[in-house]
Each structure stands twice: as structure tokens, then as C-alpha cells.
Design a protein around this ligand. Structure first.
Ligand code: GLU
Length: 494
């Protein structure tokens, strides 16, 4: 049987490094085995999914040269490759499960489920569905369905015993059925949940090996059960370790930029980033740290993946990227730098800002240094302000980061609006509020218009610079953070 692997991102935000990491191992393994690598878009959460996010994910994977053999843009014999376009497929599978008793319809209202959850929590139990609708007679179910009563479809889970399955990286894993919830498989809007669409699609699409993040291990019993109910053969499972921050916590955007585009915009080379991701939980037999994708495909041995959480260390990536840069010929360096620096999408916005302020081209670079390049190094003193204490400056930087993180649309108008409201609500004149932001972002007190600059810098770089400014000012202790959380919650930013 030919090897088929897949990556199945949900299009609900900016392209994440984790998606690239998982895609890399799946693609390389399929390629090594002469198989196929599939991109499937799991837009099962209709409210949170967006076309923009899907397009950004595809672009980011293409930038990394992680292209696919079958996918939503190029099709393939087992498409379509978007969950939202395969709904009838899940419906028929859900019906089949209901027919064989592997699943049941549940009419419980959110209020009832809340009451059950509260009562279980009061008793110190882990909240889960109490099986209420399992006892409904076939007639009653039919009557309520015919009457159009809203309902979901849930998985029937054994009450005792353990689910035992093998993860090829960790060995045998055993999880008591008692810990497994009667998962909703089809929501009341008719959309499948992840558990149903992923299992059905993996089977129907002939996936042979599943390589995904370790956060999905706890979902495996539900998947094993669905496969058992259908009598399908389960795939070989490999749960790759979660990427971690330096302090070993799960990699989070607060501590490490997690967006692929952050790395593209900062001028990392895709081959260096791929190489670094390939060293996360895996190493070359000779332990060398710099190797090409071709060598990775040749030497990849899934048996060498370790479950220990690898630290994604940006300084280490800088070092590796530097090795790649030095290996470029002078011509390559020039061409690749020029195409990075001239990236149309990014620079379109600055062009308008710059034109109004430029008489000669030699005035351009000094104005955009902090946008094109790194921010100038700054010291604590740069933030001293005539009417703001150091503590207030830290608060402003922190509140600005929070306000920006909440934005659903990243455009200078919205950015300005959010900062203005935050300034007003926290009682600072706008002029004072923006002063530390200019310094944190540009390294100087006068720069191009702030909101436009923030738009072009993007959320991740803006956040990284605001957080680094906070660190320069001594950081925020846990006690202070709690105080800021409270103050932030009190602001009326509607
Ligand atoms: N849609 C899931 C995700 O976003 C896919 C998980 C899986 O690979 O099974 O990570």
C-alpha cells in the first residue's frame, strides 16, 4: 500500500509554526516512501474559519516549499479537500454510526448541560456528558427529530475498561474509558466536529500514517472507538512533541513569535527555518545541525523522534540562518535580499507614507530603518517622560499590546481607534500614551506615523517589540501582572 500522509490545519488565524513543523515531517516521510502528502483544510468550525486564513496558510506553506500532492487549490482524486465541502460524507457516516449504536442523538439543552456540569464540579468530578439521551426510545427520538427539535450526535463510549493504542513514538498508551467524554460528533448546525471529520477523512482519503502534534493524544480513544465501530484499520500514529519556549512551557505567542510570516518578514531563509524545525525532536544520525531538506528526506527515520519537548530557541535559529546566509554566493545574497526587501505586499503601505516625506531617494532608508530592519538598541532612559512614571510607561506598553491583540482587523484605522479608546479609558492624553509606543517600536522618538507603522510591522513584531521594551524597563512581576489584569478588566473599551 502506498504511503499517504496529511496535514490538516484549521483556517482560524495566522499561519502557525506548528503547522509548518507537522507539514514538514509528513511531507518528508511521504516523499521518502514514494507516497503522497495531502493538504486538507479542516474548516469544521464555521464561525471561526475564514477564507483569508486559509489563503494565508497556503501561502506560508508554499513560501517554505512545503507543497502538497493533493489539496484544496490543486484538487486530487479524493477531494474535495475542505471539510465544509464534504458535509454529506460526514452525515452519511454519522447515520451509519447511529444505526449500529456507535452514536446517538442528544437533545439536551445548553442549560441542562450547564446544570450537569456544575453539579459534577461541585462533587469534584471531571465534567462530562451524563448519558441522559442514551435511554431515549427509538420512537421518541424519531418523534423529536420529525418535530424539528435541535439536537447533536454524540459518540457512545464504554463505561469501563481502558482504551489501549500504540503511539509509534511513545509505545503503548492506555487511557481509561471513564476519562473519555461522549463527544459531540455532529453539531446542531449539521457541521461535524473535528473528531468525526478527521477520522472519516483519514479513512476515506486512504491516509496510512498520521503524524501530528502531541496535544491530540488525549483524543485518540475517541478516534480508536470510531474506527472500531466502523471496523476500519487504524493508521500508524506518531505524535510529534510540542514545541516549547525556553522555560519549557508550551510555545506561546507571548514568549516566542509563533507565526510563520513573522519569520518570513524578518528575513529568515525558508530553508534555514525548515532545517531548524527538522531538528525539533529529531536529529541526524551524525548529529550535524545544518542539513538540507533533501538530506532530511534521505535520512529521516521516524524511530529517531523523541517525545521530549524540544525548545524553539530564536537565538539558535538566528545562528543557523546566519550559516545559510554565509553559504549563499554573492549573487544569491544580492538577489534574495532584494526580493525580500522589495516584497510588494509589505512595502505597498510604506510607499504612500514615504512619498509624502521624501524629496530624494537617499532619504528613504533612514526613515524606514525600524520597519525594514531591526529596531535600534534602546536603554531604559529612552523611556523617561516628563509626566509618566516608569510604572505608567510599563502599563501603557502592556495595555497597548493587549488592545492590539484583541483586534479582528489589522488596519491602521482600527489600530488607531483601539489605542485611542485604551488611552482615554485608562486616563492618559493620547500624546502621552503614544510616546512610549513610538520609542518601543522604532527606537526613536520621532518616526513615521505610528498606526501605519504598526500596521506594516504586523501584530507579532509589534508585540515582540512592546514586550521587549517592558523587559528593558524591568519586566512585570506576577503581582503587578495580576494588578494590571484587574485594571484592564475594568476598562470600558466597547
Ligand atoms: N485540525 C487539526 C489542527 O488544527 C488537525 C489535527 C490532526 O492532525 O488530526 O491541528
Amino acid at each position: 500500500m502506498s504511503v499517504r500522509t496529511r496535514v490538516a490545519p484549521s483556517p482560524t488565524g495566522t499561519p502557525h509554526l506548528g503547522t509548518a513543523y507537522i507539514a514538514l515531517f509528513n511531507k518528508a516521510f511521504a516523499e521518502q516512501q514514494g507516497g503522497d502528502f495531502i493538504l486538507r483544510i479542516e474548516d469544521s468550525d464555521a464561525a471561526r474559519s475564514s477564507k483569508q486564513s486559509e489563503a494565508d496558510i497556503l501561502d506560508a506553506l508554499k513560501w517554505l516549499n512545503l507543497d502538497w500532492d493533493e489539496g484544496p487549490d490543486i484538487g486530487g482524486s479524493l477531494g474535495p479537500y475542505r471539510v465544509s465541502e464534504r458535509l454529506s460524507n460526514y452525515e452519511s457516516h454519522a447515520e451509519e454510526l447511529i444505526g449500529t449504536g456507535g452514536a446517538f442523538r442528544c437533545f439536551c439543552t445548553p442549560e441542562r448541560l450547564d446544570d450537569v456540569r456544575r453539579e459534577q464540579q461541585r462533587r469534584g468530578e471531571t465534567p462530562k456528558y451524563d448519558g441522559h439521551c442514551l435511554s431515549l426510545s427509538d420512537d421518541e427520538v424519531r418523534r423529536r427529530v420529525d418535530a424539528g427539535e435541535p439536537h447533536v450526535v454524540r459518540l457512545r463510549v464504554p463505561e469501563s475498561g481502558d482504551c489501549v493504542f500504540t503511539d509509534q513514538i511513545r509505545g503503548e498508551i492506555s487511557i481509561p474509558w471513564q476519562q473519555v467524554d461522549m463527544q459531540v460528533l455532529v453539531k446542531s448546525d449539521g457541521f461535524p466536529t473535528y473528531h468525526l471529520c478527521a477520522t472519516v477523512d483519514d479513512h476515506v482519503m486512504g491516509i496510512t500514517h498520521i503524524l501530528r502534534g502531541e496535544e491530540w493524544i488525549s483524543s485518540c480513544p475517541k478516534h480508536v472507538l470510531i474506527y472500531d465501530y466502523f471496523g476500519w484499520q487504524f493508521q500508524e500514529l506518531f505524535h510529534l512533541p510540542l514545541l516549547r519556549n525556553k522555560d519549557q512551557s508550551k510555545m506561546s505567542k507571548r514568549k516566542n513569535p509563533t507565526g510563520i510570516n513573522f519569520y518570513r518578514d524578518r528575513g529568515y531563509l525558508p530553508e534555514a527555518l525548515l532545517n531548524y524545525l527538522a531538528t525539533m525532536g529529531w536529529s541526524m544520525p551524525d548529529e550535524r545541525e545544518q542539513f538540507s531538506y533533501v538530506d532530511f528526506v534521505k535520512d529521516l527515520d521516524l524511530g529517531r523522534i523523541t517525545p521530549r519537548g524540544p525548545v524553539f530557541d530564536v537565538e539558535k535559529l538566528d545562528w543557523l540562518n546566519g550559516c545559510y546566509i554565509r553559504d549563499l554566493s554573492d549573487d544569491e545574497f544580492q538577489n534574495r535580499f532584494a526580493s525580500w526587501a522589495g516584497d510588494e505586499q509589505r512595502f505597498r503601505k510604506i510607499v504612500t507614507m514615504l512619498k509624502a516625506r521624501t524629496e530624494r531617494f537617499d532619504q528613504v532608508l533612514p526613515q524606514v530603518d525600524y520597519i525594514v530592519g531591526d529596531r535600534q538598541p534602546i536603554e531604559k532612559d529612552a523611556f523617561s517622560h516628563k509626566s509618566l512614571s516608569e510604572e505608567e510607561v510599563v502599563k501603557i506598553l502592556d495595555f497597548a499590546a493587549r488592545a492590539l491583540e484583541e483586534l479582528s482587523s489589522w488596519a491602521s484605522g482600527e489600530i488607531g481607534e483601539a489605542l485611542r479608546t485604551t488611552a482615554e479609558e485608562s486616563g492618559y492624553p493620547m500624546r502621552d500614551f503614544v510616546a512610549p509606543l513610538f520609542i518601543a517600536l522604532s527606537g526613536r522618538s520621532v518616526a513615521l506615523p505610528l498606526f501605519d507603522s504598526i500596521e506594516v510591522l504586523g501584530l507579532e513584531l509589534t508585540r515582540t517589540r512592546l514586550r521587549s521594551a517592558i523587559e528593558i524597563l524591568g519586566g512585570i512581576s506576577n503581582k503587578k501582572l495580576k494588578k494590571l489584569d484587574k485594571e484592564w478588566a475594568k476598562l470600558d473599551r466597547a
